[in-house]
Ligand binder design. Structure first.
Ligand code: PNS
Length: 166
């Protein structure tokens, strides 16, 4: 049986914490599908297509890492992919309550789907997409916290904004 896992999220943008989890998941499962939620109810910095392109670029050559978008209930998408596992990263205690609620709600909706939590390498436990965007927008360095493709795109956005302000 092919073991397929779905790693869902907003990925606005992909961080090295996400990369770490995807890399670990790709070793555990035959295929890991990185699934980007289409309508997160919040205005993303990076449009969906760009977020997909970034993940494709970061994982070029990794045959068992796929990237897709999804809308609606996560468990419905997981069933459509014929997967039985949802992968989520757990960084710190602060993540726990939200993650537990989601895992148990998803189990309530679909008892045959299991959520598997993975810890990223400790150097990424404080890294979040939200903080990365904030630091980059204010001119701080995010080198080492995000893949080079994300660093370049964040810098380009900041430069464009600075030019508009002149
Ligand atoms: O990266 P994020 O923003 O923490 O990811 C959250 C995500 C996309 C995993 C979550 O919002 C989700 O699964 N949304 C789909 C809607 C859904 O299924 N909701 C009910 C189960 S909690």
């Amino acid at each position: 049986m092919t073991r397929v896992a779905v790693y869902p999220g907003t990925f606005d943008p992909l961080t090295n914490g996400h990369v770490d989890i995807i890399t670990r998941g790709a070793k555990l499962f035959d295929r890991i599908v990185v699934a980007i939620l289409v309508n997160a109810g919040k205005e993303p910095l990076f449009p969906l297509k760009e977020r997909i392109d970034i993940i494709h670029e970061a994982f070029r050559g990794h045959g068992n890492v796929e990237v897709e978008s999804f809308d609606g209930l996560l468990v419905d998408y997981v069933r459509r992919k014929r997967a039985h596992v949802i992968v989520r990263g757990l960084r710190a205690v602060a993540d726990f309550e939200y993650e537990m609620q989601m895992a148990l709600m998803n189990r309530h909706l679909s008892s045959e789907i299991e959520t598997v939590f993975m810890m990223p390498a400790e150097q990424y436990t404080y890294v979040s997409s939200r903080l990365v965007k904030e630091v980059a927008a204010l001119g701080g360095s995010v080198a080492g916290l995000v893949p080079p493709v994300v660093e370049a795109r964040l810098a380009a956005r900041r430069d464009a904004r600075l030019r508009q302000d002149v």
